[in-house]
Design a protein around this ligand. Sequence first.
Ligand code: MG
Length: 381
Amino acid sequence: MEERDLRLCAVEGKALESLCERVYPAPVRAHRTAFQRDRDRIVQARAFRRLAGKTQVFTSRASDHFRSRLTHTIEVVQIARDVAAALGLNEDLAETLALVHDIGHPPFGHAGERALDKCLKQHGLRFDHNLHALRIVEHFEQRYAAHRGLNLTLGVREGIIKHSRDYKPEEHPALRSYFLGERPPLEAQLIDLADEIAYLTADLDDGVESGLLEIGHVCEHVAILRRCYEEVAKQHVGIDQRYLFNEALQLMQHALTDDLITTTRKNAEAIGARSLEDVRRHSSRLAVFSEQAESERQQEKRYLYSTLYTCSALENEHEKAEEVVTALFNFWVNNPQELPQGYLNDSEAEGVPRIVADYIAGMTDQYILLQFAEVRRAVRR
Ligand code: MG
């Protein structure tokens, strides 16, 4: 395989200069690039540390081995760096975007996000975790004396918003400086797929660990995993099913990663892409899976939805998540004076519902449960 042949499309050279701009001037550090500095700012952020206490799929910690949002994030970093390196892209940018990609997720995984969105809809607003991530790095992280936020580069802020989907300029006028009519750089495009690869592998692993999925059933219904399993079973005769499954998961992760690298390279070559501008102006994203890998990805995703994400065993957790988020949201919307002072101050400019959603979205699973218990006690008094 020819390596590093998308260098011309990478965020390097001139493209790098413009995407390294910050809102507030920051002195240059000789031994670290701008994106390395952003990476370190993110790793030092409070919102980043809180990822350790946020659900990925399983809310109740029935096993010490389930992924949290933090360990999931580290797995995405690993894949994103591999892909960026293989294609000759800017590895620092890819790493930084992978580290920050889930920073806007509320507690209780997707159940928490759905609940928060439902609450906001009643006030004519929506919850979007990418846009919330931007609010975190621009407003809620306070580490500098001269300004709010982490003062990240334009390239990282663009990637935070656009890594997983495109936003229409007419619907988001406030985001006009983020090239909304154009595709993001390949370093941002690949994050969404690295994320897919990471959770498609991890959720089968955690699903089997939880006892909700069974290896034979997974192999029967997930074609890509079945193929990998049959291959490793041929190589390791007489080995316990669980170890073969682990090997099959690794093989599947490698197969999807290789497919992403090969397909992205092929797509860039097909349109003769020779610069970041060519990537930006193309009508669709170049970083995608091949047709076969994409249809197998969709098959596995459907399987995970029906057998794991929406299974009755997790339904109780989802209902509890919705109850907690909704009760706290309504409590603070009706009693904004009970919010921490900083949030209360912000509510004047942004309106109470948005600020309450910001406050809730920042919480870990454990912290929101403590708040729920406290508020319930206070209401009863
Ligand atoms: Mg993710």
